[in-house]
Design a protein around this ligand. Structure first.
Ligand SMILES: CC(C)(COP(=O)(O)OP(=O)(O)OC[C@H]1O[C@@H](n2cnc3c(N)ncnc32)[C@H](O)[C@@H]1OP(=O)(O)O)[C@@H](O)C(=O)NCCC(=O)NCCS
Length: 157
């Protein structure tokens, strides 16, 4: 696992086009992800130089959640645990109490990965994607705040 830099933007763009035929980030937005002070970007390079996986997230500021912005694993390297590894690595680097992301309602692979790693649905965003598909916003709180019981204990006598 390595930090992605400006030198990687072209390979990241190729990976985005491969795994997100409808939603690939344009080159300029990838550059902005790499340069943004609040973003954390990681790549996994295969021994043959392929960009096997890429993840970008933003840190949570002032109590707001961090976000996973994009996650993609080259189909040649999928189902080997790389997506989970990238996600968990990025989560640690974001150092946010809670992390959110949005996934296409029909993206079973990604939804399963997120659900299995502790994300739960927060809300459905109607027609979130350009083709009209809904997005599902999910959240994982790494250090959940203790919730007060609804019927507090009687005061100690
Ligand atoms: C989603 C994605 C990142 C998963 O990457 P991956 O490296 O294949 O995932 P992993 O091997 O770490 O899988 C972890 C778990 O996710 C689930 N999962 C992954 N791919 C799956 C699939 N095709 N169908 C069902 N569940 C799947 C499984 O529970 C899997 O655990 P298992 O292999 O022990 O059963 C990859 O499929 C991808 O890049 N998809 C296209 C881009 C995308 O949808 N990104 C997410 C946008 S929100």
């Amino acid at each position: 696992m390595q930090r992605a830099t400006l030198r990687d933007v072209w390979k990241i763009r190729q990976l985005e086009k491969l795994v997100f035929p409808q939603d690939a980030y344009p080159l300029l937005e990838i550059v902005m992800l790499i340069l943004a002070p609040i973003s954390r970007n990681f790549k996994m390079i295969a021994p043959n130089g392929d960009m096997a996986g890429f993840i970008s997230g933003t840190v949570g500021t002032m109590g707001r959640p961090g976000w996973i912005i994009t996650l993609g694993v080259n189909p040649k390297y999928q189902r080997k645990g790389l997506g989970r590894f990238l996600l968990q690595w990025c989560e640690r680097e974001l150092q946010a109490e809670c992390i959110r992301l949005t996934v296409r309602a029909g993206n079973r692979a990604a939804y399963t990965l997120y659900a299995e790693t502790g994300y739960t649905e927060v809300r459905r965003r109607r027609s979130y994607y350009r083709d009209g598909e809904d997005g599902i916003e999910m959240e994982k709180c790494l250090n959940p705040q203790p919730v007060l019981p609804s019927s507090p204990l009687p005061p100690a006598s």
